[in-house]
Design a protein around this ligand. Sequence first.
Ligand code: BES
Ligand code: MN
Ligand code: ZN
Length: 491
Amino acid sequence: MALQITCQPELAKCGDGCEFLVLPFWEGAEPAADHSLWKDSIEAPLSSGDFKGKVGEKLLAYSTKGRILLLGLGKKEKVNAEVLRRAYSAAARMAQAKKVKSLCLLFPKSEMKRDELLRGVAEGIFLTNYAFTHLKGDSIKDNPCVLLEEVTFLGLDQSEEEALKKWYTIASGVYLVRELINGNADDVTPQMLAETAKSLEKRSRSLKLTLLERKQLEKEKMGLLLAVNRGSSQEPYLIVLSYKGDPKSEEHVVLVGKGITYDSGGLSLKPTDGMLDMKCDMGGAATVLGAVQTAAALNLKVNVTAVVPTSENSIDANSYKIGDVYRAMNGKTVEITNTDAEGRLVLADGLAYAVEHLKPTAMIDVATLTGAIVIALGEEISGLFCNNDALAGDLMTASDAVTEALWRMPIPVEYKEMLKSDVADMVNSAGRTASSITAALFLQEFAGSVPWAHLDIAGTCYRKKNKHYNTTKATGFGLRLLVDFLERRQK
Ligand code: BES
Ligand code: MN
Ligand code: ZN
């Protein structure tokens, strides 16, 4: 159900209707808005001195009208959108713990840029207001999960509702990404991803879907995607979802997402622990489909296409074989040295398809590609690999703007040697040494001369625990970054 968002400029109008009111404070317990209406109710809790107003600090008080949450925003001079996101995510979690459906928040006053202020507060609430509970059975009955259905922004003018709705549209994109990643791998199959793209196309007049099934994949000679698919009982697809928001422009951003709906490793079978999270291996696919959907929902003036090569990497008597050579769509031959390095294979055909058919002016692939990037950069930072400094700079700008961290990694030509094969043009896996880099070097071979970037989101896509506005498991990392990137591309 969509969240109901209301702006209420007159504070007094809130009155009795609020079952859960959030009042903001700077560090030192200095009010960050006009609290005079609630003076009587908060005097006692404040005078205890317990509440200091540090970022995300909470003190719950009770008045005859309802709950009042004192919320800390930290030092006034240090506030920014990310601080607000974190603080308001703490408020949303408190609302969840108290199982309230409706929340009023007194909007903070700050010197910050208006847009940043609105974005921080709104995203803090919206991004936190998500839980994946479909797979819980009876165990959830004793402690049902209640999400907000209604948020009232007190002290905001009606004219600012538009901005809030925009941040909600983007948050809805994040929900879609999370939902696809969190779903059972037995449900979120390549076919289901294809059907999701179909339903996105149906819902928006500006989206157009081209769906390649096995026959067309064979005709296009996408030998690497077909090889990965051989061990699976699920059909492979190439999903091509386009949004043309600027028909007069030649600019065309192509986003290629890794769509491995489950990664068992294939014949190079993963150990149990390594397989546990492998439903997340279509995280790149979810991100690029979500980004194109969101670009359309926001009517951005850009042309952008999501390309998703999708398959399971399963195991079977017909599995593709270690030591055999398979041929990519662009003619390059690949000796398989490890069937668990499957992501780069399907992406290679996806990139080659884009180069051949879509006239991209920039390509960005998004993939849960390597375990090594998790070791190198952890859960908070994704790896950025790029053959073009201007494109890398634009992605960094977007990354800073939305606080989805990227770290630029090198793609040294010297390391290309590691991908040499005695029997084919290249091997798919060069072993453990610098394996995130050799994976990127492999992909680069399929980008031709197009400005290309690769985001390795293996560490950031899926996490063990809640943190700030990131909910458990799927985070949706990359969606806000790509949407911001596209927004800045508008002419
Ligand atoms: N899907 C995995 C990478 C991954 C690891 C994603 C952990 C999310 C969390 C990928 O297909 C893979 O198996 N990569 C191998 C490559 C190796 C065989 C060269 C890896 O990183 O171990
Ligand atoms: Mn793998
Ligand atoms: Zn994988």
